[in-house]
Write a protein that binds this ligand. Sequence first.
Ligand SMILES: [Zn+2]
Length: 84
Amino acid sequence: MPIYEYVAEDPARKSCPKCRDGFETMQHLTDPRLEKCPDCGAPVVRAISAPALGRSMSSLDDRARAAGFTKLKRLGKGEYEKQY
Ligand SMILES: [Zn+2]
């Protein structure tokens, strides 16, 4: 089952610790995408991670994120790609 990452659409308006930094969830391909954070109900968007960025890169990603380099590039309706 693929793992999808979701992140709060507008963390400044509504988010919780879970969706503010993004969370991962396992879903079937046929499952509808999440539209709300299961914890706080804030609107969430699916973040698409490039497959080349495996877990080995996560510490780098975390550092980039901590430094505020995370950017979301809008791909289409309700879809964003994380850029580091
Ligand atoms: Zn939340």
